[in-house]
Every structure is written in structure tokens, then in C-alpha cells.
Design a binder for this molecule. Structure first.
Ligand code: ATP
Ligand code: MG
Length: 573
């Protein structure tokens, strides 16, 4: 586990090396990147890595190249009207902004549909594209496979006139879905399957969320993406490794259009390793399955690695950015340990979250020698000594208190330093108490602890010659606030879930990934907290008042992260 993973001060990686070379050789005078999500789902932490890289590059190079026009665009890659939606666009924009980035240009691939059509005609006229009337299944069959070269489509030699006529009639809506496609005329025997006369356009009589009914033919990703990049003057088009084979086609499209189209730049595609995390799933398809199958409570369920889920969980954008920086940009795929993310969450919240006391599973303690009806307002610091912040609040101390069930043991082992019959413990910010007796219910469960406090020892004092090893947290039983607390663990029990296409991964869902506790007792000061406020509940972890469900008088808290990595330990057992 990389719990000491450093945040690189000045990032350096192969992409930055390439950019530096390009600038030095004067191939470019500015850096223009883009983040090109398809609006067909919500973003996840993998996308965050791409966002941090693309927007981060623009931010960095803007500093070294002021007034150069260095920038990063947000572009929706909206070429598939079947799966895409405005709702997803809104969610994605909110996520990018929440992560701390702002785009310098906002576009849609559909902004360029008219240009793309015109370029399609140009390719036809230059003998580089043709209308093919094979069925989808036939096209697949004709393509061959890695070992077998493909066969030429019988429509490959159609005349330019016929192709132009068919292409324009495709646009006009004269044909049904699947009747014709526009294909690039490249090489059916190419070792790279992507180059075997790839499809450029297909017919889809589907309303598009941006262009409505204007189009019934839609460009394919491999055609639309390089053109969009080139029109926007993108200099470095960064994507993940699975697009490595698409690069040749990307270059083919640009090379065959650049002279005609007079693009403002000649973009190049560079691939980096996608972010993978253990104990979770990241593909949109699987996330969709979890949401639609009601395995989680929605796209923003705090168990999910979606940006919306992590935000609801209480994870800060700073920790996600620091985490992404620590992972770095590599050329080989690997899986990152969730503990590395947890490290950055704790690292950030340690400085930001005031410390308070909360009892998750309450057990009543009655201090027999403390006067009934008396309340002492004890001063408690919000911050530990090593956080350079100040601030205190008063916590009421009363005769009846709650402590954590786990902080009491009827028959303690030798190394148990918390409360037990006859044993003494320190109450945080308060007195020393000794357990004198217990009250049990009919089935022998301890329901109440009787105790005495040491009247001689003042709050915060260390009695000479008496070692009290344990300090536990507590909450007044008569002056507190009630809350529901949601404890989260890893989404999956398997480090690496089955990768098959089917829903097998659903079997790996951790049934304890969400545990809801009700009747938790929080110290009085939390009665005033607002949704979105974060705290450290001493000895338990970092928590946030849920943005949606927490209301004054009916508080709901999410556990963001535990204080230590108890997960790894629990797994070993
Ligand atoms: P997924 O494959 O996870 O379902 P996607 O690739 O279909 O997502 P897009 O909307 O096409 O999602 O992605 C937008 C950008 O984010 C692309 O440039 C893509 O390469 C990048 N991206 C997607 N997943 C990851 C990841 N796990 N790590 C880094 N970048 C990613
Ligand atoms: Mg993908």
C-alpha cells in the first residue's frame, strides 16, 4: 500500500515531454487540449484522471506561455443519438466544475455535422470513400479477422456520381436504418483491422438531443473525433490506451482532409494508461447496470466511484486531484489500490475537518457520584496540536452519558485499555471514571454501566503515579442530538471482479458496503451543522452531513473514510 505516496510538485511524464519537445522545435506555439466525454452516463474517477490531465496541462502551459491561446475545451462527443441525453451533459459539466476546472471553450461534435458531411463528399470525390450497401452482418463477415485478410465489398467500385447521389439521399432520409453506410476506402488486407474500410457514416432515424430531427445520418467516432479536434485547433489529443489502434485511422482522416479543410492545426493523438482501481467497477456500462438494477441508490450513491457519488460521500475535489497527480501518467495499464485514494482523502481532511465526538452504538453510563441535574460545560478543542488551527466548543458533561458499546468489555483481555469492570478510563476532555457495576437484561446483555468518577482529579489533569492508558469518547445522555449514520465500505468483495461481458461482477457486490446505523448520539454542537459540513468523529473517521437527506432535527451523516486502513486488516482475517 502506498500510504506515503508523494504528490509530485512539478509533474513530469511522457506527454509533458512530448509537448515540451513540440514547443522547443516550434511545431506548436501553444497547447490546446480537450476533454471529450460522451454524454451517455455520469463521470467516474477514471474520467477525473483525464480531466486533471487535459485541464491541468492547459493551466500549466498557460503560465509558461501567457497570451499564446493555450486552452482546454470541453467537447461533448455526441455522435450516438440513441444513448445520449441533455441530463448527462448537465451532470458532466457540474462534475468538471466541482473538480475545480473551467473550460475555455464549450463545443459539441454535433456543431460540426455540416462540415463533416461536406468532408464526406470531399472524400467521395477524391475516391477515398464509398457508399456500401452490405448489411451489418455482411460487413463484419467481409472484414476478415486478424489472421485472414478481408474481402472487397461489391459496392467498393461505385462511381463518384453514384456515391454522391446515394450519400445525399441517405442524408435526405430516403433509406431505412442499416440500408447503406459510408465507408472509407483504405485497405481490406491491412494488419490493423480499423483500417479495413471503416464505417464513416450510418443511418439512424433517431432524434438527437442537440440537432433534433435535422439529421438521420450520424458520423462514427473515428471520423468525428479527428475532425472535431482539427477544427478546434487541438494540438495534443490525449486519450486512453484502448484507442491505440484507432490512431492510424485518426491520422488517415486528418491527412486526407487537411489540405481541403485548411484546419488550424494538425492534431496528434497520444494514448496514456487508463486509471483502474481495485474493489470497484468503472465502465459506464457496469455503472449503469448497478444503477438501473437498483443495486445502489442512484448515480450519486456514495458506494460508487462516480464523481457524483464521491462528492456525496464527502470526498473533497482536492483529494481527488492530489490522488490523480500521485498516480501519474503512464504508458502501461495497471491497477491502483483504493488505499492510495483513501490516503489522500485523510491527508486533506486532516487539515479541514474539525474534531467532534459522536457515539455510533450507544451504551449508557451512569456516574453514581455525579450530582443529578448538574451540567458542566467543558471546553474541547476542535483541532489537534499538529493542525495549526484554533477553535473550541463547549461539551456538556452530565451524570448520564453514552459511550461506544465497543469501548466496554465484560471480560477484557490483557491488552484491553478501555472500560471494564473495576477498570479506569479517561473520558476525552473530561474525568477519569471507573466501572463499578453493570446492569444486564434478561438475556445477559449489558444494558447499562454504573461508574464513579474521581472527584480529586480535575479535567485534563494527569494524576501522579497512576497510569490510565485508555481515553474514550462520549456524549451526554441528556443533552445530545440524534442522527442516522451511513457507514460505507468497498463496493466489491473481490479485488478484481470478473471481467466478462455478462453481469457476473454483480456476484462480487459487497453486501456490507452500506451499513445504516440509527439512533446514533452526537455531541450537542452538531445540532447546528449544515448539509455538506465535514467533521472528524474522534476515533471513528471522517464524516459529512449528507447533502440531500440531512435536515435540522433529522441529521444524516455519511462516513467518508475511516481513520486507519481497517479494511486490509479485516480482509486478512
Ligand atoms: P468507460 O469506458 O469507462 O465507460 P468512456 O471511455 O466510454 O468510459 P468517454 O465519455 O468516452 O467515456 O470518455 C471521455 C474521456 O475520458 C476519454 O478521453 C477517455 O479516454 C477518458 N477516460 C475514460 N475512462 C478513463 C479512465 N478509466 N482513466 C482515464 N481516462 C479515462
Ligand atoms: Mg470507453
Amino acid at each position: 500500500m502506498s500510504s506515503t505516496a508523494p504528490v509530485p510538485v512539478k509533474p513530469s511524464d511522457f506527454i509533458r515531454d512530448i509537448i515540451n519537445d513540440d514547443l522547443e522545435a516550434k511545431r506548436h506555439q501553444k497547447v490546446i487540449t480537450r476533454f471529450p466525454p460522451e454524454p451517455n452516463g455520469f463521470l467516474h474517477i477514471g474520467h477525473a484522471k483525464s480531466i486533471c490531465l487535459n485541464f491541468g496541462l492547459a493551466n500549466e502551459y498557460r503560465e509558461t506561455l501567457p497570451n499564446s491561446g493555450t486552452r482546454c475545451h470541453l467537447r461533448f462527443d455526441d455522435t450516438d443519438p440513441v444513448k445520449e441525453d441533455t441530463l448527462f451533459e448537465e451532470g458532466i459539466q457540474a462534475d468538471v466544475r466541482w473538480l475545480g476546472f473551467e473550460w475555455d471553450g464549450f463545443y459539441h461534435a454535433s456543431d460540426y455535422f455540416e462540415k463533416m458531411y461536406e468532408y464526406g463528399e470531399h472524400l467521395i470525390k477524391s475516391g477515398k470513400a464509398y457508399v456500401c450497401s452490405l448489411t451489418d452482418a455482411e460487413i463484419k463477415e467481409y472484414r476478415g479477422d486478424v489472421k485472414t485478410p478481408g474481402k472487397h465489398s461489391p459496392y467498393r467500385e461505385r462511381s463518384v456520381e453514384e456515391n454522391l447521389d446515394l450519400f445525399s439521399r441517405m442524408r435526405k432520409g430516403e433509406f431505412k436504418d442499416g440500408e447503406h453506410v459510408l465507408r472509407a476506402k483504405i485497405d481490406m488486407a491491412n494488419a490493423n483491422m480499423k483500417m479495413r474500410d471503416p464505417m464513416l457514416y450510418r443511418i439512424r432515424h433517431t432524434k438527437h438531443h442537440m440537432t433534433g430531427d435535422k439529421w438521420c445520418i450520424y458520423p462514427m467516432y473515428d471520423y468525428a473525433h479527428p475532425i472535431s479536434d482539427a477544427i478546434e485547433g487541438i494540438t495534443h489529443s490525449i486519450c486512453t490506451l484502448e484507442f491505440e489502434n484507432n490512431r492510424e485511422l485518426y491520422d488517415w482522416v486528418i491527412d486526407n482532409l487537411i489540405e481541403y479543410a485548411k484546419f488550424p492545426s494538425r492534431p496528434h493523438q497520444y494514448e496514456f494508461a487508463r486509471l483502474n482501481l481495485n474493489y470497484t467497477v468503472m465502465s459506464k456500462r457496469r455503472l449503469l447496470e448497478l444503477v438501473e438494477g437498483k443495486h445502489v441508490r442512484g448515480w450519486d450513491d456514495p458506494r460508487l466511484p462516480t464523481i457524483a457519488g464521491m462528492r456525496r460521500r464527502g470526498i473533497t475535489p482536492e483529494s481527488i486531484r492530489n490522488f490523480c497527480a500521485s498516480v501519474g501518467i503512464a504508458k502501461a495499464n495497471s491497477t491502483v489500490d483504493m488505499n492510495q485514494l483513501d490516503f489522500f482523502i485523510r491527508d486533506d481532511l486532516n487539515q479541514k475537518a474539525p474534531r467532534v465526538m459522536a457515539v455510533m452504538k450507544p451504551l449508557k453510563v451512569v456516574i453514581e457520584n455525579y450530582p443529578e441535574g448538574k451540567t458542566e460545560e467543558l471546553e474541547a478543542s476542535y483541532w489537534p496540536h499538529d493542525v495549526p488551527k484554533e477553535g473550541t466548543r463547549k461539551v456538556p458533561f452530565t451524570r448520564e452519558l453514552y459511550i461506544e458499546q465497543d469501548d466496554f468489555m465484560l471480560e477484557p483481555s490483557k491488552d484491553y485499555f478501555r472500560l471494564a469492570p473495576g477498570k479506569e478510563v479517561r473520558l476525552r476532555y473530561a474525568y477519569l471514571i471507573t466501572c463499578t457495576d453493570v446492569v444486564k437484561d434478561a438475556s445477559g446483555n449489558v444494558t447499562e454501566i454504573r461508574a464513579r468518577y474521581d472527584e480529586e482529579v480535575k479535567v485534563g489533569e494527569n494524576p501522579v503515579g497512576r497510569k490510565v492508558k485508555g481515553t474514550i469518547h462520549w456524549v451526554s445522555a441528556s443533552d445530545n442530538v440524534d442522527a442516522e449514520v451511513r457507514l460505507y465500505e468497498r463496493l466489491l468483495i473481490d479485488e478484481a471482479p470478473p471481467t466478462g461481458k455478462d453481469s457476473e461482477f454483480l456476484d462480487a457486490i459487497n453486501p456490507n458496503a452500506l451499513q445504516v446505523l440509527t439512533g446514533c448520539k452526537l455531541e450537542r454542537s452538531l445540532g447546528e451543522c449544515k448539509p455538506g459540513d465535514r467533521f472528524q468523529f474522534e476515533r471513528q473517521g471522517y464524516f459529512i452531513a449528507d447533502e440531500k437527506d440531512s435536515k435540522p432535527g433529522a441529521l444524516v451523516f455519511n462516513r467518508i473514510v475511516t481513520l486507519k486502513d481497517s479494511w486490509a486488516k479485516a480482509q486478512k482475517k
